[in-house]
Design a protein around this ligand. Structure first.
Ligand code: AMP
Length: 178
């Protein structure tokens, strides 16, 4: 492990707040607020995520913490950012995808007007890779719009939940794993 990667991983470990039993019993919620509010933490994470995505010409940030990280990464790369929103937030027309959660389903949307992502090389940025359902759905949504999803990058990967296998063959980089 290079010094830089080890340093970023340690910063992430140190600056994430663990919240037991949120939003429901049995879930160990990883709160990135202290990391994002820390100048060194935000800078290091932004640089490390951007380093995984040098060939992207558009960043897609996933609702909601992926918006903050995605915009920061896009600025570093010198490209724009597209917010992938939860269902019902955007005015029509939209492209949307609905996917299964453990209980019920969820929808992600992007505008169908005002931005043409056909032919764009996209990197998806989010905070946490858990079961992988959100990332896989976002990738399908962007590809349905004609984009090529080159890779994805997250700050934290919860390996026990197997998200990496769910999103395969999409390559995901994570800065810290637990
Ligand atoms: P998943 O679709 O299960 O990979 O979940 C990914 C999304 O849910 C990410 O956008 C995360 O923000 C959020 N998420 C899932 N599990 C956690 C967790 N334990 N702590 C914080 N955020 C989580």
């Amino acid at each position: 492990m290079s010094g830089d990667i080890a340093r970023v991983s340690e910063l992430v470990r140190k600056l994430i707040r663990e919240v037991p039993d949120f939003p429901e019993p049995g879930v160990q919620f990883k709160d990135l607020t202290p990391l994002l509010a820390d100048a060194e933490g935000l800078g290091a994470v932004t640089d490390a995520l951007a380093a995984t995505a040098a060939d992207a010409d558009l960043v897609a940030g996933l609702d909601a913490r992926g918006f903050l990280l995605g915009a920061a990464v896009a600025t570093r790369l010198g490209v724009g950012v597209l917010a992938v929103r939860k269902g019902g937030k955007l005015p029509p027309p939209v492209h949307s995808v609905t996917y299964q959660l453990e209980y019920g389903s969820a929808t992600l949307e992007i505008p169908a007007d005002g931005i043409d992502i056909a032919g764009r090389n996209v990197v998806i940025i989010d905070d946490v890779l858990a079961t992988g359902g959100t990332l896989a759905a976002a990738s399908r949504l962007l590809e349905a719009g004609g984009a090529t999803v080159r890779s994805a990058a997250v700050v934290l990967e919860l390996t026990a939940l197997g998200g990496r296998e769910v999103v395969a063959p999409l390559q995901v980089s994570s800065l810290h794993t637990v």
